[in-house]
Ligand binder design. Structure first.
Ligand code: SF4
Ligand code: SF4
Length: 175
């Protein structure tokens, strides 16, 4: 039964972030920011980022763990392998692949092998990759440096969606 409610919650979340009518103006705003950011954009991004997490439950979502791979640093691999009590090479051989071009270590398959599909919890939460603990990078960096990341995440991550939607309302003067 719990799995069914989780399924319903995920369905509801995806109906919002995949709503093309709501997405279109947000992609437009991100493209505009990439071309020429409005002067107050960092202020607007910070103000929008503050309240984003109200009403968002990552355990009812887990879209990031289901649809994209974190980038594992060597320190991440070492730490997670030690936590699982296996050699780092075994962890790489079992679950990871080296991305051509960048040499980054990524998951071989999705959803992430460390996601518990019954609870949406991370089985290596205490030692998860730094990329996961910082995700979706809404307020940690200068917004302008992360526009490409937010563009990628917009239709997957409800927190990103909510932040960019608030930014759009502030830019348009409707909030
Ligand atoms: S390591 Fe954990 S938090 Fe990171 S993608 Fe996998 S399940 Fe999600
Ligand atoms: S960070 Fe975003 S995509 Fe990941 S679980 Fe939370 S709301 Fe969902």
């Amino acid at each position: 039964m719990a799995k069914f409610f989780l399924y319903l919650a995920c369905l509801q979340i995806n109906m919002v972030v995949k709503d093309q009518k709501r997405l279109r103006p947000l992609y437009k705003l991100l493209r505009r920011i990439e071309r020429k950011a409005p002067k107050q954009i960092q202020k607007i991004a910070s103000a929008s980022g503050e309240k984003v997490w109200e009403g968002i439950d990552c355990l009812s979502c887990a879209n990031c763990c289901k649809s994209m791979s974190p980038t594992y640093t060597h320190a991440d691999i070492k730490r997670i392998a030690a936590f699982l009590k296996i050699p780092a090479d075994e962890m790489k051989a079992k679950w990871l692949r080296k991305e051509r071009g960048t040499g980054n270590w990524l998951n071989k398959t999705l959803p992430c092998q460390f996601l518990d599909s019954k609870t949406n919890m991370c089985k290596v939460y205490e030692v998860r990759p730094a990329d996961c603990s910082g995700f979706p990078h809404l307020t940690r960096k200068r917004f302008i440096d992360y526009v490409h990341v937010h563009t990628q995440n917009l239709d997957e991550c409800p927190a990103t969606f909510k932040m960019v939607e608030r930014m759009n309302q502030l830019v348009m003067g409707t909030l």
